[in-house]
Design a protein around this ligand. Structure first.
Ligand code: HEC
Ligand code: HEC
Ligand code: HEC
Ligand code: HEC
Length: 465
């Protein structure tokens, strides 16, 4: 994809579909990607950041040796983890181009560089990057470092190496700024702040048009992608959660949906309160292919959307298949509003807020009670490969891939307690058909029949044990 965008109106020739654009209400306000520093009392003047270098003593997280990573977290992060160059990337050619495009649409042609843009820094260093600014910009070069995920260490650095740390309650640790990444929901939420975005930082259509790569987030597949770099022991995860993959999948689906809805609420509310002249409706909420012919193969329309209108498709949540899932009715109502003529930002914000509440409720109440025992895993595999699954597979490549990820997660967890090689072959076959290709292009042709055949095969194998 090359960057030809000079402004919101100059690029109509790149192959936008008139059908897709017709029902939308355009707000021609200029792109308002504003570098603004948070000015709350909390952020002013002091810092809790200590930087990666405070974790790297050879007695702490930089021990010598091979094998298990305990005590070698720094070595693992500095050696391989893509997060360690997240800041560096802001100096490369792509970032310079993105920032130039953004500068061009700023009133008064303000010249800013990506490495100084707090918007970029909030994801390429830490969601609370302004605290780092106040402390020492030198630490920017850490990129997404230990504290970006584990929390600013000023209040817990000393305590966590002393006797008594293990006895501290989780809420005491949290008050000190320590993030409990052992909790699967907290862990997923930590990634979302940067990989989906939220009220602190947003990759919106202005950033895409300026050239930012699309954030294509699916939690369990990203955990899988992170595996080669990960600096914690999977055995520990499995000890705490015997069905680790299936649980992570369920939590990840709900937390991702929650994050996407919160982002939509933030976008809608900013417009409703006219705090900033943001374009509305925000194009990044819709399937790119609704408007871009040249992106057609990259994101097919989402399940159940009306032909002729842009498909609202920020996430696919298959936990709606689980009992006591967040309300499908409200979700469908929101979809209809977003896909209708000139969605009302107040109304959208209200609906998104109420759905966020429902997801929170599900995460708090129903998720901990969800059964992840072998029988429940089998039952869910049957659900996913049965008629419900076939319906999802027919919704397009994106939906089918979500389905395949769900099947794999459940199969892997089942395999840990009750291996079944005949099932494994079929599940891997499905993964193969829907493998995420390099970069982000989807296969040129999507054949739902081939997927349905494999689903039926899996279903048969489950039934004829
Ligand atoms: C909401 C968080 C967020 C914001 C804001 C953001 N980025 Fe990113 N950026 C990401 C994530 C996450 C990735 C990795 C995407 C992936 O691989 O799935 C990324 C990837 C990139 C890449 C590609 C890196 C690579 O190795 O391929 C560049 C370049 C980039 N961002 C530049 C910028 C610039 C410049 C800005 C500010 C104008 C910015 N980003 C703002 C989250 C963000
Ligand atoms: C992208 C987010 C991320 C970054 C960056 C990160 N961590 Fe972690 N870390 C995690 C997650 C998730 C876990 C797994 C849950 C847990 O054990 O707390 C973890 C686990 C750990 C553990 C516990 C390991 C165990 O086996 O019990 C330590 C110690 C740790 N990290 C230290 C570090 C240090 C030191 C750095 C910087 C060099 C770092 N982390 C950077 C996310 C991150
Ligand atoms: C502070 C922001 C931030 C947090 C928190 C964060 N990431 Fe990232 N992540 C990024 C950015 C930015 C990149 C792109 C880095 C680059 O390409 O230089 C990235 C890259 C990645 C990649 C490589 C993507 C690719 O295309 O290969 C994986 C995998 C990943 N992150 C997983 C995770 C997981 C899992 C978590 C949570 C445990 C997490 N990240 C938390 C910002 C973040
Ligand atoms: C509702 C219609 C609509 C949707 C949906 C939409 N775009 Fe756009 N896009 C436009 C318009 C209009 C322009 C030209 C004006 C501008 O730059 O904002 C554009 C411009 C662009 C450009 C710069 C021009 C080019 O092709 O070089 C990129 C890149 C882009 N969009 C990417 C995306 C991506 C990625 C998505 C999905 C996340 C997306 N768009 C969704 C309407 C849309």
């Amino acid at each position: 994809m090359n960057i030809r965008s000079l402004g919101r109106w100059t690029v109509a020739a790149v192959g936008l579909s008139a059908v897709g654009l017709a029902p939308m209400l355009f707000n021609p306000a200029p792109a308002a990607v504003v570098a603004r520093r948070a000015a709350s009392a909390d952020d002013a003047g002091f810092s809790d950041w200590r930087g990666v270098s405070s974790c790297t003593s050879s007695a702490c997280h930089n021990q010598a040796g091979e094998g298990n990573f305990k005590g070698r977290e720094y070595a693992k992060w500095i050696g391989k983890d893509p997060h360690n160059k997240a800041y560096q990337i802001l100096f490369d050619e792509r970032s310079v181009r993105i920032q130039q495009n953004l500068n061009r649409s700023e009133p008064g042609d303000k010249q800013l560089s990506a490495s100084c843009n707090i918007l970029c820094l909030r994801c390429h260093v830490a969601p609370e990057a302004e605290k780092v600014v106040d402390a020492s910009p030198v630490w920017f070069s850490d990129g997404v470092g230990c504290e970006s995920c584990h929390g600013a260490a000023g209040k817990w650095l000393t305590a966590h190496v002393q006797y008594g740390w293990k006895e501290k309650s989780l809420s005491e640790k949290k008050n000190d700024g320590f993030t409990n990444t052992k909790d699967l929901a907290v862990r997923a939420k930590t990634c979302m702040d940067c990989h989906v975005g939220g009220d602190r930082a947003d990759v919106n259509h202005d950033l895409y048009a300026a050239g930012h790569p699309p954030l294509q987030w699916e939690y369990s597949s990203f955990l899988e992608r992170y595996r080669p770099y990960q600096h914690w022991s999977e055995a520990d995860d499995r000890r705490r959660h015997p069905a680790y993959e299936a649980e992570s999948w369920a939590v990840g689906q709900a937390i991702s949906a929650r994050a996407a809805l919160h982002l939509l609420d933030t976008r809608a509310e900013e417009v409703a309160n006219d705090r900033e002249h943001k374009p509305w409706p925000e194009f990044a909420e819709y399937a790119c292919s609704s408007c871009h012919h040249d992106l057609k193969q990259q994101r097919p329309p989402a399940l159940g959307h009306k032909a002729g209108s842009p498909a609202w498709s920020p996430f696919v949540d298959l936990t709606t298949l689980l009992p006591e899932h967040p309300s499908l009715a409200t979700l469908n109502e929101l979809r209809q509003t977003m896909e209708g003529r000139s969605p009302d930002s107040h109304q959208v914000s209200q609906m998104a807020k109420s759905l966020v509440k429902e997801y929170d409720e599900w995460l708090r109440r129903s998720r901990p009670e969800t059964d992840f025992g072998p029988d429940a895993l089998r039952e869910r595999l049957e659900l996913l490969s049965g008629p419900e699954g076939e319906k999802i597979a027919k919704g397009g490549w994106d939906d089918a891939r979500q389905l395949a990820l769900a099947l794999s997660a459940h199969y892997r967890s089942l395999n840990a307690v009750d291996p079944d090689p005949r099932l494994g072959g079929a599940v891997r076959g499905l993964e193969g058909l829907l493998r995420l290709p390099p970069q982000w292009d989807t296969p040129p042709r999507y054949d739902p029949e081939a997927i349905v055949n494999v689903l039926r095969d899996i279903d048969n194998r489950l039934k004829n044990r």
